[in-house]
Design a protein around this ligand. Structure first.
Ligand code: CTP
Ligand code: CA
Length: 236
């Protein structure tokens, strides 16, 4: 029962949680988006607030009730998310950042001020090619900005499907090393797994630690609890 969970081990901490998925506009009515529902990020934010933290919830395109005790900061695009997280962290006093949001890696190179039309004449059967440019890697930027310091504690998520180059765990290990964060939460994704669902299986990986904790199949609340258990013990 939730009432049994009365640990206040994040009292006095300020944490930033990003949730949802960014949308990168193409024209006034269209965007490039992803399938993130925001459920995992909102569960992470709710759990931190329940454990006593001040929570800044940077939310990208989520239609869920805001958890009790969280300050909602809404963003649309990856650039807006980067700016919001950056200003929170630069303000000082942030103990941890959990990057649960699905941040678009690319955005359309150009934004059309007017709706893109299908045809430009009676015989026009052409289709446009959409050029993309890279978005900044927000988590990598936080790792860089921290320099050699240990604050804020940085948690990354890895949505992996597994591919020809490796299974979910080996891809996650490589990503943890590349990202330089303190904890990586890896989950297996596919169209009917994880996205929008209430239960999930994740693997928790930390740098320099060979053993991997697997949580699940479990509710996103239990996953959130396991994440904050790790963060709280690292902060203390
Ligand atoms: N992330 C970020 N900024 C981006 C892309 C991702 O901060 N532009 C963060 C995500 O919020 C997540 C972590 O980086 O916490 C890993 O995201 P993921 O998409 O799994 O990794 P990428 O490095 O983007 O690699 P790829 O998509 O190629 O697997
Ligand atoms: Ca990505």
């Amino acid at each position: 029962a939730p009432a049994a969970h009365v640990q206040r081990d994040l009292e006095g901490r300020h944490v930033v949680v990003t949730a949802g998925g960014t949308r990168e506009p193409l024209d006034p009515v269209r965007f490039l988006g992803n399938r993130s529902s925001g459920k995992q990020g909102y569960a992470v934010a709710a759990e931190a607030a329940a454990r006593g933290a001040r929570v800044s919830l940077v939310s990208a395109n989520v239609s869920l009730a805001v958890p009790d005790g969280c300050d909602l900061l809404e963003v649309g695009t990856a650039l807006e998310l980067q700016e919001q997280v950056g200003s929170l962290v630069e303000g000082g006093g942030v103990d941890a950042v959990v990057m649960a949001a699905a941040v678009a890696d690319f955005r359309p190179a150009d934004y059309a001020e007017a709706k893109i039309k299908k045809t430009h004449g009676p015989d026009d059967e052409t289709a446009p090619t959409i050029e993309l440019v890279r978005n900044p890697d927000v988590l990598a930027g936080l790792v860089r900005a921290r320099g050699g310091g240990r604050r804020p504690y940085l948690v990354g998520f890895a949505a992996e499907t597994g591919d020809a180059t490796g299974d979910v765990l080996s891809l996650a290990r490589t990503k943890l090393e590349r990202k330089g964060c303190d904890l990586l939460v890896a989950n297996e994704v596919g169209t009917d797994r994880t996205f929008g669902r209430d239960d999930t299986t994740v693997h928790l990986l930390q740098p320099g630690q060979d053993e991997v904790e697997t949580v699940g199949p479990a509710t996103k609340t239990l996953v959130a609890r396991a994440i904050w258990d790790r963060v709280a013990s690292s902060l203390s």
